[in-house]
Structures are given as C-alpha cells and as structure tokens.
Design a protein around this ligand. Structure first.
Ligand code: HEC
Length: 256
C-alpha cells in the first residue's frame, strides 16, 4: 500500500498551529511598532528640515540636495535652532553668512554673538560643531550641499540590508494567506522591494537634482502601503478569520 500523501490542509494563516501564530504575530507587532517609530523619526528629523512641521517635498530637497542658496547655519537658524536666539540676532548671523562669513568681522562682533547664544551647547555637547572656533562656524556657514556621498552610502546600505529583512519576513508570513488572488499576492509581496530600491535611488537622484524628490515620497508611500496591507491581512486571518473553524487547505499549493 502506498503511504498516504502528507496532509498539509493546515498550512495557511487561519489554520496555523498556535505556536507559529504566536511567532508570526510577535514579529509583526514588533515590526509594526518599529515602522511607526521610523515614521515618527522621519517627521522629527527630515520633517523639520525646512523649518516647518510635517514632511514635504521641500524637506526632502533640503535633506538631500541641500539649499544651495543658503548655508547649514542659515537653515538650522530657521529650523531646529530657531528658539536659540531672537529674530534680529538670527538675521544678523544669516546676513554675515550670506556675505561669505568674512573673518574680519569675527573677532570684533560675531565671536561675542555666538558666545552669548550658542556656545553653552556648541563647545560643550560632543558631536556638534564647536562655535568658539571660527573655522567650525565658517564650515557651518558654507553652502548647504545637502547629504554627503559618505552619508548617503552609509544610510543606503544600512537601509537596503535592514529593510530587506523586514520585507522578507512580512512577505513570507503573508504568503500563507488564503482568499487572496494569486496575482495580487505576487504583486504585493514584490512591491516593497521595488519601492525600497526606488526610495534609496531617489536620495541619490535628489542629491543631483531636486526634481527627483517626489520619487522619495512615492517610494515611501508605496512600501508603507504594501506592507501595511500584508500586516493587516495576516493578523486578520490568523486571529479573526480562523474563528469560523473552516479548514482552508494548503495555501502554497493553491498558489502553484
Ligand atoms: C540648548 C543647546 C543648543 C544651543 C543653545 C544651540 N544649539 Fe545648535 N545644536 C544643538 C544640538 C543638540 C544640535 C544637533 C541636533 C540638530 O542638528 O538639531 C545642534 C546643531 C546645530 C547646527 C547643525 C550642526 C551640524 O553640523 O549638523 C547648527 C548650524 C547650529 N546648531 C547652530 C546653532 C547656532 C547658530 C546657535 C546659536 C544661535 C545654536 N546652534 C544654539 C544644540 C544647541
């Protein structure tokens, strides 16, 4: 007698063993929280780049292309350093930076201005420029060219490796979903990887020309939407759809 073929009728999200559901759901919860934190972080860093709350095309242009008519000093003074000095003082500093921050005016005037408003942090906190030194002020007052190639290389590779892992497991879990048309399933699993590459490429393209900034937005919205869809469908099938007691059969086999 031939041995009976293995019965894999439980191999789908609603009918998975509880232990595997715990594993999948734990992973999805942590990843979901992580993605929310990432969103918040984007709002708090890039979102404020142009000095206004909320993420916009301008923020992306500022972050990657820079503001080639202005300096980092000027954009910070309109952004996260806005509350550090009164408007007249900030305008005075920006004007000096626009004039090429001549050293002749440093000793007689600006040294004291920075000493009064900035050096309590900018000489004390490690990792931010020391504004007791003219050279460091000069550097901050130079044209803002946005992201550096070193910075972009670092962020790009971390992003590609790290996020590919996330999409791999989210897509893997979703591949056990039932009642999703095969073509849709393939597209939704493949999309985030495509959008991720688009996103990372768009940073480099935006560094070359600000007109590519909208690609960053499309990439971000694209993979957020695709992974949110997979997340919701997977959770729903494991914990709500499973309650009707129905056996759905081997999800992978039905996608063959
Ligand atoms: C209360 C502390 C504090 C004060 C006061 C302060 N800063 Fe900052 N500054 C920071 C911190 C922290 C950062 C890094 C985070 C950031 O970029 O927002 C920073 C970053 C900057 C940067 C960007 C540096 C870089 O290379 O990324 C500039 C430019 C800057 N500050 C200018 C100023 C100026 C000009 C003043 C005075 C009018 C000032 N800051 C006062 C804390 C301070």
């Amino acid at each position: 007698m031939k041995p009976a073929p293995p019965n894999l009728a439980w191999l789908n999200l609603p009918n998975m063993p509880a232990a595997i559901k715990a594993l999948f759901a734990g992973y999805l919860l942590v990843i979901g929280l992580g993605l929310c934190m990432a969103g918040l972080q984007i709002m708090l860093t890039h979102g404020l780049a142009d000095g206004k709350t909320g993420l916009s095309i301008d923020d992306i242009v500022y972050s990657y292309y820079g503001d080639r008519s202005g300096s980092k000093l000027a954009s910070k003074l309109n952004g996260s350093m806005k509350d550090k000095a009164p408007l007249e003082v900030r305008q005075d500093i920006v004007k000096w930076a626009q004039n090429g921050s001549p050293e002749s005016e440093w000793e007689p005037h600006y040294k004291a201005v920075f000493a009064q408003y900035c050096v309590m942090c900018h000489s004390q906190i490690p990792g931010i420029p020391d504004f007791t030194k003219f050279e460091e002020v000069k550097k901050a007052a130079a044209l803002n060219e946005g992201a550096t190639v070193e910075g972009l290389t670092r962020v790009s590779h971390i992003h590609l490796f790290g996020i590919a892992f996330i999409f791999f497991f989210v897509g893997f879990i979703f591949s056990f979903a039932v009642n999703v048309p095969k073509k849709l399933k393939i597209l939704v699993i493949a999309f985030p990887f495509g959008f991720l590459i688009m996103d990372v490429f768009s940073w480099w393209l935006t560094k070359l020309s600000p007109s590519f900034a909208w690609l960053t937005i499309i990439g971000g919205i694209g993979y957020s939407a695709a992974s949110a869809y997979m997340w919701v469908v997977s959770m729903y099938q494991m914990f709500i759809l499973s309650r009707n007691g129905k056996v759905y059969g081997n999800a992978w086999e039905s996608d063959l």
